[in-house]
Design a protein around this ligand. Structure first.
Ligand code: AHR
Length: 665
């Protein structure tokens, strides 16, 4: 149990407040607050986000490219494409392989008579989302081989009706990129794009692309603004990327290699997404990684949303649940060099090889990388052997970089026990613990970190989410398992993380994003389709902690003890020395309301102001959907705060944050 010298918020429940769900009829408890500025600091990185390209999070998700298989590099080069000659056209299409390079294939089209037109249709990612009035920008890499062919593009809705059109003018001569724009006249969430060829002759095409104009910060090759805004609204202290198992790959050839994801978008070598056929009931043969969203864009996103970047790199091991391939120790140098080069890419001056590339891509200033993860969910001696080589090389050159190491895939058991001990001996800066467990586990494990060694490696709760039991809940929510109960239990658990913020210095829910019509894994924090997105109750819980993370931990006690589930109450508190606020989080996991009194000990003032944010539902299985996005959402009210005795009635099944202005700080 953590001990604080003098500081603390003392939550005293009345002796009557112990009879389970009947307690609402009983006398209120009392809360006393004392503050000590020397209490443990909360790291700015405390609450962050975990980004992995799973559930079409990148291609078909946050990466706003609307054309699927834009460069014909999928295993089936015409996947996502359909072609048809109309009105008497005599046309043919050949997929040609240049024989080398990262974007080897292109399409060669011949029109033999000048009748009709030849239409190449792209289906997008489960359709394309067109929004009335939101301009779309088309581009195509083309080589006019012979004759005279006119190219135009047309957006069509789900019934084939034209809702936007533009000519691609002036195509002639050798390979060059051409642009055209149109503004949809109607909204369609499952539209398609026709690329229309008319005339006679031959033309070769590649990198057929369509983006909405209103990407995040209106960047070309940009990201979906609505999704990035949701990330920004979480105020994440860090962003972990690119995963997850995607870092490891099903085999080493399929691992994530950051160097293939930077530089000219057309030269980024596409690979199959490891989640493509991983899940028996959720196969997605059309799931690839184009790397249009690559490491430069990840770093830029981190900067945009104020998150410290945390790249996780392959450590010479493929996923141990799949091939479990490893690179032999005497051939691991290129993997280590990748890590060293990444630090140079992020932080090096424009005079260095990789810093120069970053500058050429548009960011001369460093990205201020401070930490790197070596391996994702690895385990066993083979992992430690490889981690050791990475850490030796990285710390020799960059002693200031923090290294995140794996604690294995589970929160306990032999794999965990072994790594918890050995990785501490390796002086790993942060140990990455994962727990995908039942809500009951989260409620029970709120004291998990109370007895962790304070003078050893810190903890990164790098992937966690409460998973309800599918077998018992199947029919309750066809679309989402992000139930209110899962979020409530996570909130309770997070009070334990916050209370132990001197040890748990980073935490992120996982996974982050999921397409409603193409997911592989749930629950997930944010759900989306082509045009809309919805925040889950779990999202709001993350936001309530992250937005109000404070600068220092304070203690909350119930009858002299931390509030860890007594009478179904869970609580933690922090203060923000800069904003002069005291922030108290109280979770009532009981279905019944609870009455508590709060007072701040030693306070000289009587009345002040406070905001009370409350997230609650009396339906444990409630979830938010695209059609019903606000079923569980936070409500904020302003109240006058009596520092001596503030009476509060907590709703049943509620997460509450009290932000008390406290000028005496
Ligand atoms: O978050 C989904 C997966 O869970 C991650 O890719 C992996 O690290 C974990 O097993």
């Amino acid at each position: 149990m953590l001990k604080f010298k003098a500081a603390g918020i003392l939550l005293i429940a009345s002796s009557l407040l112990g009879a389970g769900d009947q307690a609402h009829a009983q006398a209120p408890g009392k809360l006393s607050v004392r503050l000590d500025k020397s209490s443990p600091k909360i790291q700015p990185t405390m609450w962050g986000i975990f980004f992995e390209d799973i559930n079409f999070a990148a291609d078909g998700g946050i990466y706003a490219e609307m054309v699927k298989n834009r460069s014909f590099e999928f295993a089936d080069p015409m996947m996502g494409w359909d072609d048809k000659p109309v009105n008497g056209a005599d046309a043919s299409l050949l997929i040609v392989n240049r024989g080398s390079g990262s974007n080897a294939r292109y399409a060669s089209i011949s029109l033999k008579n000048s009748k009709g037109s030849y239409i190449l249709t792209n289906e997008g990612f489960r359709g394309m989302g067109f929004e009335k009035g939101n301009q779309c920008n088309f581009s195509i890499l083309a080589h006019a081989v012979e004759g005279n062919i006119n190219v135009s593009v047309e957006a069509v809705d789900e019934n084939g009706k034209s809702i936007g059109h533009a000519s691609v003018d002036g195509i002639k001569g050798d390979w060059k990129t051409y642009h055209a724009s149109f503004t949809p006249t109607e909204t369609a969430s499952k539209g398609k794009l026709n690329v229309i060829f008319e005339g006679q002759g031959g033309i070769e095409i590649d990198m057929v692309s369509l983006f909405p104009t209103d990407t995040w910060k209106h960047r070309p090759n940009g990201m979906r603004a609505d999704l990035v805004q949701k990330l920004a609204d979480l105020k994440p202290g860090f962003m972990r990327f690119p995963g997850g198992c995607i870092v490891e790959g099903r085999d080493l050839a399929n691992r994530y290699q950051w160097k293939s994801t930077v530089g000219d978008v057309a030269d980024r070598q596409l690979i199959i997404n490891r989640w493509n056929m991983e899940m028996k009931d959720h196969q997605a043969p059309d799931y690839f990684q184009s790397f249009g969203l690559g490491f430069y864009e990840y770093f830029q996103l981190c900067e945009d949303i104020g998150a410290s970047p945390l790249p996780i790199l392959n450590c010479g091991m493929a996923c141990q649940y799949n091939s479990a391939e490893v690179v032999s120790l005497n051939q691991i140098d290129p993997f280590i060099q990748d890590a060293l080069d990444l630090i140079e890419f992020a932080n090096g001056s424009a005079d260095t090889k990789w810093g120069k590339l970053r500058a050429a891509m548009g960011h001369p200033a460093p990205f201020n990388l401070k930490m790197i993860g070596v391996g994702n969910e690895q385990w066993g001696e083979q992992y430690v052997d490889r981690f050791r080589l990475f850490s030796k090389a990285i710390w020799a050159k960059y002693p200031e970089i923090k290294l995140v190491g794996s604690a294995g895939p589970y929160p306990g058991g032999d794999l965990f026990t072994y790594l918890s001990k050995v990785m501490r001996q390796e002086k790993t800066s942060l140990l990455d613990e994962h727990y995908y467990m039942r809500p009951e586990w989260f409620l029970k494990n709120v004291t998990r970190y109370d007895n962790y060694d304070r003078n050893s490696s810190k903890v990164f709760a790098g992937e966690y989410a409460a998973h309800i039991d599918d077998k018992t809940q199947k029919d309750a929510h066809a679309e989402s398992h992000n139930t209110w109960y899962s979020a409530l239990s996570e909130a309770a658990f997070m009070t334990g993380l916050e209370r132990n913020a001197d040890v748990v210095q980073m935490a992120s829910y996982a996974p982050l994003l999921a397409r409603v019509d193409a997911w592989q894994w749930r629950p997930d924090l944010i759900w989306f389709d082509n045009l809309h997105s919805v925040a889950t109750p779990n999202y709001y819980v993350q936001q309530m902690f992250s937005k109000y993370k404070g600068t220092n931990v304070a203690s909350v006690q119930l009858n002299g003890k931390a509030v860890t589930g007594q009478d179904s109450l869970y609580s933690s508190a922090v203060f923000d020395a800069d904003k002069k606020q005291l922030i108290i989080k109280v979770v009532n996991a009981s279905a019944a309301p609870r009455h508590i009194d709060l007072n701040i000990e030693q306070s000289k003032g009587k009345n002040g102001k406070a905001e009370w944010i409350q997230l609650s539902s009396n339906d444990k299985l409630a979830f938010n959907s695209l059609d019903n996005p606000d079923r569980v959402h936070p409500e904020t009210k302003s109240i006058t705060w009596n520092y001596k005795k503030q009476e509060i009635k907590l709703e049943g099944q509620s997460v509450n944050v009290f932000i008390v202005s406290y000028p005496e700080l």
